[in-house]
Design a protein. Structure first.
Length: 374
């Protein structure tokens, strides 16, 4: 970002390999990854509308995801594509600070918290000081979107603000916590004495933790995370006492691990260690553990972010050889890339449409962002 202190930038550059990445990939694989990213960006560039949007314009988060991929690239048309996309996203900024399309009809817009979190993260990644006011307003909106009270939803986030019912989940809460963490430096620009936007850290951590299975859930579930209070996309099982527990699954466990880290929980905290242990015990890139092919690319995306942020490679499971997860993920995503016969550009898509993953713009953005972490 242009407002990050120069020293931090220099330290980042000095800690990286000459090509700007840690040397977890050999030269040949690094070249293949760079080519795949470039081809995916070329495909996305051809999909951008004249308005600067991608995919369904009613949900600006679907444009923010490719925007962030371009913002972190050296694509030849980066500046024009980023500029057009930012203009579109800024056009969705509301007076209340949220970034979304207003709608009272499901499927026509809304999802204010989710869209705002993803959009403000992307705007911040661009690093233009002109966006500071919008970012600060969005941070205030997200702060106000955190549910208060004393029930199981307190401290969490739902897809949008609602006065009708209380509904939260770990996926949206992770996006909100991530957005607040990544944009926290923007608060330094506030005038002296001005109220800073921040989450209720105690409530946030309590909310995240309640979706993590404890030891009494059984060895297969312990340490992993499920979707939300009273619900899990992976279904239910019974523990040794015959009690019903929600199954842990891959994408939510990495989301939970990332949310814990973004809430400043130390790496040696039992909650972080047990989440990481679950991910090791259930390591695979052939499926989203517990969900099969459902949500596969969100799984790859959040796995890359969580393990990169956790800061370990290779992985050392209790049995078997060490795993260079970056190389393994690179190889997996490279095998899944599809080439457009007409344009020659390459992209990604999930044949299983759950969680919108039959949208190639969404999935290609997930894949590129994951590859950019390697």
């Amino acid at each position: 970002m242009r407002w990050i202190p120069l020293l931090l930038v220099l330290l980042t550059l000095l800690s990286a390999a000459p090509d700007g990445h840690a040397d977890d990939l050999d030269a040949a694989l690094r070249t293949r990854v760079d080519v795949a990213i470039a081809e995916g960006l070329d495909w996305l560039a051809a999909q951008q509308s004249d308005a600067g949007a991608w995919s369904n314009e009613k949900f600006p988060a679907l444009s923010a995801l490719p925007l962030e991929a371009f913002a972190q690239s050296d694509h030849a048309d980066r500046d024009a594509i980023v500029s057009n996309s930012c203009a579109f996203i800024l056009s969705k900024a509301q007076k209340n600070g949220g970034i979304y399309r207003k709608s009272i009809v499901p499927g026509r817009g809304g999802l204010s918290t989710y869209n705002t979190a993803v959009c403000v993260s992307a705007l911040h990644a661009v690093g233009d000081p002109a966006f500071l006011t919008t970012i600060l307003k969005a941070r205030a909106f997200l702060t106000e979107s955190q549910l208060v009270g004393d029930d199981e939803h307190a401290g969490g986030f739902g897809y949008g603000q609602s006065s009708i019912r209380r509904s939260t989940d770990l996926m949206v809460s992770m996006h909100a916590v991530e957005a607040m963490y990544r944009t926290r430096d923007a608060e330094d620009s506030r005038a002296s004495g001005e109220t800073r936007a921040k989450l209720d850290a105690e409530k946030t951590l309590a909310y995240i933790t309640q979706m993590q299975n404890a030891s009494d859930a059984g060895d297969a579930e312990q340490g992993g995370f499920f979707y939300g209070p009273g619900k899990s996309g992976a279904g239910k099982t019974e523990n040794a006492k015959g009690e019903v527990v929600f199954r842990s699954y891959g994408s939510m466990t990495y989301a939970g691990l990332l949310a814990l880290i973004y809430t400043d929980v130390p790496r040696d905290d039992p909650r972080v260690k047990s989440a990481f242990a679950w991910s090791l015990d259930h390591w695979t890139l052939d499926e989203n553990p517990g969900l099969g092919v459902q949500g596969m690319y969100f799984f790859y995306n959040v796995l890359a972010k969580a393990l990169d942020t956790y800061g370990v490679n290779p992985l050392t499971p209790s049995e078997g050889e060490p795993i260079n997860w970056k190389a393994a993920l690179a190889e997996k995503l490279l095998t899944l890339q599809t080439r457009d016969a007409d344009s020659g550009h390459a992209y990604w898509v999930n044949a299983n449409g759950r969680y919108w993953e039959n949208d190639p713009v969404l999935v290609t953005s997930y894949a590129i962002q994951a590859l950019q972490r390697l």
